[in-house]
Ligand binder design. Structure first.
Ligand SMILES: [Zn+2]
Length: 132
């Protein structure tokens, strides 16, 4: 199938994983943009996989691997902080907001700015709507 074609490299696998995460997120939050982004990613993965421009694709993959190495910080692994980010005041929330489930009072973290979203409480498994 991939004879004479580029196929899936590390960048392709990464984009597939991100698309998968977006699809799963879409199950929990009612944000249409997530589905759109997932579809765009899949189109990109497949157009790269069937590309005949190996050099361009390899160059993209190399750039991705370099960025990944910066983020993972070499052999430390995990989510180490990127160096030299400065010591400015830390923003208090990272695009998330804490909501209280109206049924069981469990604290839930939801993304801010998504509009009115349906939230599935992971604690009591009931659903409620909230504007964030
Ligand atoms: Zn609940």
């Amino acid at each position: 199938m991939f004879n004479g074609r580029y196929g899936i490299d590390e960048l392709g696998r990464f984009m597939l994983i991100v698309a998968g995460i977006l699809v799963v997120l879409r199950l929990f939050v009612n944000v249409h943009a997530l589905s759109v982004a997932a579809v765009i990613l899949l189109i990109l993965v497949y157009s790269r996989a069937f590309s005949r421009y190996f050099d361009k694709r390899r160059a993209e993959n190399m750039k991705f691997l370099e960025m990944k190495a910066k983020f993972t910080g070499g052999k430390h692994g995990g989510f180490s902080k990127p160096g030299g980010a400065g010591f400015g005041p830390k923003p208090k929330n990272d695009g998330k907001r804490v909501l209280i489930c109206p049924y069981c009072k469990e604290k839930l973290r939801v993304p801010v700015g998504a509009g009115t979203i349906k939230i599935n409480c992971p604690h009591c498994h009931r659903q409620f709507e909230e504007t964030v």
